[in-house]
Design a protein around this ligand. Structure first.
Ligand code: MG
Ligand code: ZN
Length: 361
């Protein structure tokens, strides 16, 4: 009994709820590999060897169909992940009857989290756009740019300055005199070059548009997707309330459309390297949920031959140049990750992130 009393006292120091505390992440990093199906990941693994993705223990599959088509585009699938709701193809975070759908970025702002978007495409392209804009067509790049410019998103890295500069500037794709970069410069740091990126000081917010249109291909991008993501996490993690960051490997999809195996593998490896940057942060931080998924598969890619030892894919085939209806994987790491196991729907990704944002209140 003499020994039991101090032991009971010791136990009473730990409230029961602490032992079963719900796993609510402080930070969420959502990686979207555009067009990244299982075969794309497999090809990346054959050539790279061990993937950072193999650190993820909670893995699920999601259906990707849109409101009006079994085969989705990036706008509808992105909307499902950004808002938790299905919509028609080509629609940017609006319902099929034209109502704006609240995004995870808007929910993050409600709880004073910092927010960021990083993409290897134009930042106005469908995947990043669904997190920052509400527009009835993904083709309305100049309107999407205006909404991005007033979104208050703290970190924006990608391409597409042609939509942000007035029609008097060479290379502009605007029809009007609006200078969105000049407007942004009143409240945030605006940068356009690799040198400015490397010399960026200790800022709380930044808009970096490093190309007139899309960023260059993997291995030619400067700054690269891993560096952009490292800097974004460094800036956003200064917020004591946490952050939401979306990082897109935009060009995996384009290699699929082009039926270009080598570019596809190069983009996959670059994307996995970028995931490694987030894992390095999350392992130390331990309050960060990382999700890696795709909006859809592209090209109906299949691997027919190659060598694990020589790290080569020697024979592969695309069944077409379009998106497919195949389920795509969801990899989850960190607090709250177990919710993403099993077979579900792509809306579950948006709904679960939003649930975590609301629980942060
Ligand atoms: Mg995309
Ligand atoms: Zn595509």
């Amino acid at each position: 009994m003499k020994r039991l009393i101090p032991f009971l006292f010791f136990l009473s120091c730990f409230p029961v709820h602490a032992l079963e505390a719900p796993q609510i992440p402080k930070n969420i990093i959502l990686f979207i590999g555009d067009g990244m199906g299982i075969a794309q990941i497999t090809a990346g693994k054959i050539v790279k060897g061990r993937l950072n993705l193999e650190e993820f223990k909670h893995i699920g599959l999601v259906m990707t169909f849109s409101q009006n088509d079994m085969v989705t585009d990036s706008a509808a699938a992105g909307t499902a992940m950004a808002t938790g709701y299905k919509t028609d193809n080509y629609t940017i975070s609006m319902s099929s009857d034209g109502k704006p759908l609240k995004t995870v970025i808007e929910y993050a702002k409600d709880v004073n989290k910092a927010t960021g978007l990083v993409a290897s495409s134009s930042i106005t392209h469908a995947t990043p756009a669904v997190f920052a804009a509400h527009v009835d067509s993904r083709k309305k790049h100049t309107i999407i740019a205006e909404q991005i410019a007033t979104s208050g998103i703290e970190v924006i890295f990608g391409g597409g300055w042609q939509y942000f500069v007035p029609n008097t500037t060479a290379g502009s794709k605007r029809a009007d005199h609006k200078n969105l970069l000049a407007d942004l410069a009143h409240s945030t740091q605006v940068i356009r070059t690799e040198e400015e990126f490397n010399n960026l000081g200790d800022v709380d917010s930044v808009v970096g548009l490093f190309s007139r249109g899309h960023l260059s291909k993997a291995n030619k991008r400067k700054p690269g997707l891993p560096e952009l993501t490292r800097k974004a996490i460094k800036i956003l993690s200064k917020n004591d309330n946490g952050f939401f960051l979306m990082v897109e490997g935009s060009q995996i999809d384009w290699a699929g459309h082009d039926n270009n195996q080598d570019e596809l593998i190069a983009e996959m490896i670059d994307f996995d390297d970028t995931i490694g940057v987030a894992l390095d942060f999350a392992k130390i931080d331990s309050q960060t949920l990382i999700l890696v998924t795709a909006d859809h598969e592209t090209g109906g890619f299949a691997i027919h031959d190659g060598s694990i030892n020589a790290k080569k894919v020697t024979e592969s085939e695309f069944t077409g140049s379009k998106h497919t209806a195949e389920m795509v994987p969801v990899f989850a790491y960190g607090p709250g990750a177990s919710e993403f196991s099993g077979i579900g729907d792509n809306t579950k990704i948006g709904k679960t992130i939003i649930k975590y944002m609301k629980q942060a209140l």
